[in-house]
Design a protein around this ligand. Structure first.
Ligand SMILES: NC(=O)c1ccc[n+]([C@@H]2O[C@H](COP(=O)([O-])OP(=O)(O)OC[C@H]3O[C@@H](n4cnc5c(N)ncnc54)[C@H](OP(=O)(O)O)[C@@H]3O)[C@@H](O)[C@H]2O)c1
Length: 281
């Protein structure tokens, strides 16, 4: 495993396991246990995924020491604001059966996220959270939050994959010393990512799959990745991305796949904002 060092010195695995859309409790517990047995130690959950309890049970059952893990959760929009956010993070810790969290993110840049961030800053200073950050904060809101907060977000988790590489946003995050983390490193398979000819051709050279090349590209750009799968063989496949290196020319070929646009939705489109706010109310 390789690690990145966050702006406060905390070490975070560059590869983790995401559990979005693994809602069935037994299925989620099984997946996280499988992922841990494969070697994953970083798990990315969220209040709105409704699987924090299952993740917590798997962590406990695994018998792996707590300090080996890097556990992330995210505060949902309906829990925004100082008091609610603070209480919700406490609830997340209880559900996860943990007395501290490695990383807490504001899931979406909506509702009273300043209040949420103040609560997170306090919990961070009290040592209940080792690092705090944000998600889906695109350049304008990101700069605003950084400029008016005491603690610079350690991480910003945004949609990042070969078709939407976030080059400009990534540069901005480097300027302020925030680690970029990819959600949807496979774009959830959209745009035929898993059969993309460029990724396929490069993969053939190394005897690697398109999925492995897609992850490797991001890792070589210092992007933290948290691929999701319910299949143990794919968990293993996605984990084996540290034994080959893409050349500068191959990196350029993949860079050319960038469309600079979301394959999911725009956070600055009012109808999308209404839709996101309606989730998990
Ligand atoms: N902050 C946010 O707003 C946000 C938004 C979305 C996601 N996330 C986080 O990011 C994580 C990853 O994103 P994601 O789950 O949306 O999508 P993703 O990781 O880009 O793609 C997951 C899809 O790829 C398939 N897959 C995985 N490995 C594969 C392989 N080696 N070969 C072929 N297919 C493969 C999975 O299928 P199977 O499961 O059937 O194998 C699943 O359909 C999430 O789990 C979550 O933790 C955060």
């Amino acid at each position: 495993m390789e690690f990145v060092t966050l702006n406060n010195g905390v070490s975070m695995p560059i590869l983790g396991f995401g559990v979005y859309q693994i809602q069935d409790p037994e299925e989620c517990e099984r997946c996280v246990l499988d992922a841990i047995s494969v070697g994953y130690r970083s798990i990315d959950t969220a209040q709105v995924y409704q699987n924090e309890e299952a993740v917590g049970r798997a962590i406990k059952k695994s018998g792996v020491p707590r300090e080996e893990f890097f556990i992330t959760t995210k505060v949902w929009i309906s829990n925004a604001g100082y008091d609610k956010a603070k209480a919700s993070i406490q609830t997340s810790m209880e559900k996860l059966q943990l007395n501290y969290l490695d990383l807490v993110l504001i899931h979406q840049p909506f509702n009273d996220y300043y209040g949420t961030y103040r609560a997170m800053e306090e919990l961070y200073k009290e040592g209940k959270i080792r690092a705090i950050g944000i998600s889906n904060f695109y350049p304008d809101r990101y700069v605003d939050l950084v400029e008016f907060s005491e603690v610079v977000p350690a991480v910003n988790q945004v949609e990042t994959h070969v078709f939407n590489q976030q080059a400009a946003a990534h540069e901005l995050m480097k300027k302020y010393n925030t680690q970029i983390e990819s959600w949807g490193p496979f774009a959830e398979g959209k745009n035929n990512l898993f059969t993309n000819p460029t990724l396929q051709e490069i993969g053939d050279k190394y005897n690697k799959s398109t999925a492995q090349v897609a992850l490797r590209f991001l890792i070589q750009r210092d992007v933290v990745v948290i691929p999701k799968t319910v299949n143990k063989n794919r968990m293993e496949e996605n984990y084996k991305v540290f034994d080959f290196t893409l050349t500068a020319e191959e990196m350029e070929k993949i860079a050319a796949l960038d469309t600079g646009e979301s394959l999911f939705f725009s956070h600055s489109d009012p109808q999308t904002v209404e839709y996101i706010i309606s989730l998990g109310k």
